[in-house]
Design a protein around this ligand. Sequence first.
Ligand SMILES: Nc1ncnc2c1ncn2[C@@H]1O[C@H](COP(=O)(O)OP(=O)(O)OP(=O)(O)O)[C@@H](O)[C@H]1O
Length: 264
Amino acid sequence: MYPTEAILTENLTKIFNSRNGSVTALADINLSVKDGEFLCIVGPSGCGKTTFLRILAGLEKQTSGRVYMRSKNPEKPLTSMVFQGDSVFPWMTVTENVAYGLRIKGVPVKERRETAARYLKMMGLSKFAHAFPYQLSGGMKQRINVARAFVSDPEILLMDEPFGALDEQNRLILQQELLKIWEGSGKTSLFITHSIDEALILGDRVMVMTAHPGKIKAIVDVNIERPRDILSLRSSPRFAALYRDIWHLLQEEVMKASARELAI
Ligand SMILES: Nc1ncnc2c1ncn2[C@@H]1O[C@H](COP(=O)(O)OP(=O)(O)OP(=O)(O)O)[C@@H](O)[C@H]1O
């Protein structure tokens, strides 16, 4: 029978072959993600998080194993990915950047301006609609990336550490905005982060990966009600307990990854 989950992976494995030998980036990933779920992924550097998202986005092919991704609406793109760091087009205005996916789809200009304006408002970018990226801060550019992903209205959002390069204050603001926009959309979302705080603020579940080769070490249920208020959430006893649990799971993996880096 065809699975009913939004995403299902079976024994997903990825081996990169290069002149210096082969690297097993992912080994036997068995994961199921429910429709409308927000899953955060944490794990030490180099454990295969980006590779996993790239396979789901169709940018990389697995070496073995299977991936099922359920499309409910063939009119919509299945996935949209927000990459690490700055990926805006410098020659386009903020509106043109945000509406880019709609232009590619051939959406008429009036409709794409209206849709872009709606998301610019949600992401606090309306004042900068006609600005160029060089006139904006890093935080503003990441808002463009997030708005662009939502505007294309995919069934599944794949976000690879989108706030990793931001300072603490901008990160908090963007987390708040992402929560608001996501809670209104109910889109199945996968979000890579190095921050346990961020994973708990955003996620329904947190997948903890092992150091190289990347496997699933544990999946932790966050079970904190929505809509979420970041400040009260961070001071709750449940948040502190989950933080401790995830850190205990991660600590050993981070140390293994550091030892491996020193040995290379
Ligand atoms: N194109 C490639 N060719 C060869 N090896 C690769 C390639 N892409 C990734 N790797 C290797 O696969 C492993 C997993 O890389 P990946 O970027 O997925 O990890 P990550 O968990 O996202 O890391 P980080 O947290 O530092 O972003 C690493 O050992 C990396 O060097």
